[in-house]
Design a protein around this ligand. Structure first.
Ligand SMILES: [Zn+2]
Length: 463
């Protein structure tokens, strides 16, 4: 028999095997049990959360001759036919490639005739949000007055793209992202059934990389297992295959950043590049590492929010004690900006290096905004100066500038007059520029001190 992908091989066949969607499964089972079956269902949720799987089970359950607790029996001819894909009662349509009016018209022609065997004809329309406007209108006609033997199951990842007129005619079910524990448990179950030796830590990492999607997690597991076929799948193997970075690397980097060791950060990054790690993934994972530190510092009982082993948690607690919240927030801010930029960048490595330099040299990052501001002021000044004519000293600079005001009050003295004369020479301009740079530094210092009453005395001191 040819190889079948894990997620297809282990697709749940009964409602009881569907993981993480208990609220939906229970409702559907009750409806089937009590015979209150709707004619239009809308399944929405992110990819790999079980929409198509549940739709297929539902299609078999409504046609099953002896349903067991609302689930298909899997034994009767109807169940067997649908499973084998030979039944005419279940039609699967991928709206991504059949999104025209004519495709929906075809369905409308078909639904005029009741099924020759079985009770219901079920249409599963996947990615229904891809239908054209015309196709939606055509579908609406059928949804308005469906024959009693027809059931539509519409599945979508983007429910906001579906016209309200269609929404209002469907029973809506929202599929949740599947939790890490649920995915891990399922992966463990499958690897045991497949006789695949694998470390628990490796499974947990794969489940985490699945990011709430069972199908993604299973595909990743498939990929890792294929790469290390015949040996125990370890945590290191998984990191290798997925191009991910171990937690210890994040710790080393964090310590290097905290101690302002720029060179060590760059070297560590180079190491990762040589190992062929996926840099975008690294940035995302590092943000999560910092986020966990921040949670440990700020939230009570943060341990419940963090999904990790006791060993990791102890280490993380030690690290979190070394920095304050503001610093962590700055780290996260710099890296979040980076993750936005890096997505479409060619020089990912350079951008990451830049971010590390920003983190390890805080004075550089801090001065960026103020340098821009100061430059702007200088430009304005030079413009005014080159326009010629007399410019009063206090308006040439900034309003309320302590240095300039101080100069103004003494302007009657000859020394001040002489200074004013030289103000138009190149040396004078340089002098003014230096003055402004100094005053903006003073101002920055004053601003950081707080409300107004504290400022005045400090001006006097600085002048
Ligand atoms: Zn059956």
């Amino acid at each position: 028999m040819s190889y079948q992908a894990l997620y297809r091989k282990w697709r749940p066949q009964v409602f009881a095997d569907v993981k993480g969607q208990d609220h939906i499964v229970k409702t559907l089972q009750n409806k089937i049990g009590s015979g209150r079956i709707g004619h239009a269902y809308l399944f929405c949720g992110t990819r790999g959360t079980g929409k198509t799987t549940v739709a297929k089970i539902l299609a078999r359950a409504v046609n099953c001759e002896h349903p067991v607790g609302g689930s298909p029996c899997g034994e009767c001819p109807s169940c067997k036919q649908i499973l084998a894909g030979t039944s005419l009662n279940v039609v699967e349509i991928d709206a991504a490639s059949n999104n025209g009016v004519e495709n929906i018209r075809e369905i409308r022609e078909q639904v005029q005739y009741p099924p020759t065997e079985g009770k219901y004809r079920v249409y599963i329309i996947d990615e229904v949000h891809m239908l054209s406007t015309g196709a939606f209108n055509a579908l609406l006609k059928t949804l308005e007055e469906p024959p009693s033997y027809v059931i539509f199951i519409l599945a979508t990842t983007e429910v906001h793209k579906i016209p309200i007129t269609v929404l209002s005619r469907c029973q809506r079910y929202d599929f949740r992202r599947i939790t890490l524990d649920t995915i891990t448990a399922r992966l463990k179950e499958l690897t045991e059934a497949e006789n695949m030796p694998v470390e628990d830590k490796a499974l947990r990492y794969v489940a985490k990389a699945g990011d709430g999607s069972m199908r993604d997690a299973l595909s990743l597991l498939d990929q890792c297992a294929a790469f290390h076929f015949g040996e125990t799948l370890t945590y290191e193997h998984v990191l290798d295959v997925l191009g991910a970075v171990d937690n210890s690397v994040f710790r080393d980097l964090f310590h290097a950043v905290r101690e302002n060791r720029t060179k060590d950060c760059i070297l560590k990054l180079e190491e990762m590049v040589v190992q062929g790690r996926e840099l975008s993934q690294f940035v995302v994972d590092f943000i999560w590492f910092l986020r966990n530190l921040l949670l440990l510092r700020t939230a009570d009982d943060a341990e419940d929010l963090l999904d990790m082993s006791e060993d990791n948690l102890t280490q993380l607690r030690e690290d979190a004690a070394l920095v304050d919240e503001n610093t962590l927030m700055r780290y996260i801010r710099v890296f979040s900006e980076l993750s936005n930029k890096i997505r479409f960048a060619n020089q990912k490595r350079v951008l990451i290096e830049l971010a590390f330099i920003k983190l390890t040299k805080p004075e550089m990052e801090q001065s960026m905004d103020s340098v821009l501001e100061r430059l702007e002021k200088l430009e304005r000044m030079v413009e005014e100066m080159s326009a010629g004519g007399y410019v009063p000293v206090q308006t040439a600079g900034m309003d309320g500038d302590p240095m300039i005001n101080a100069g103004h009050t003494r302007s009657r003295s000859t020394a001040a007059l002489a200074r004013r004369e030289t103000a138009w020479s190149p040396q004078g301009s340089l002098h003014r520029i230096r003055q402004i740079c100094r005053t903006s530094k003073v101002r920055a210092r004053i601003m950081s001190r707080g409300p107004y009453p504290c400022r005045k005395p400090s001006w006097k001191i600085s002048t």
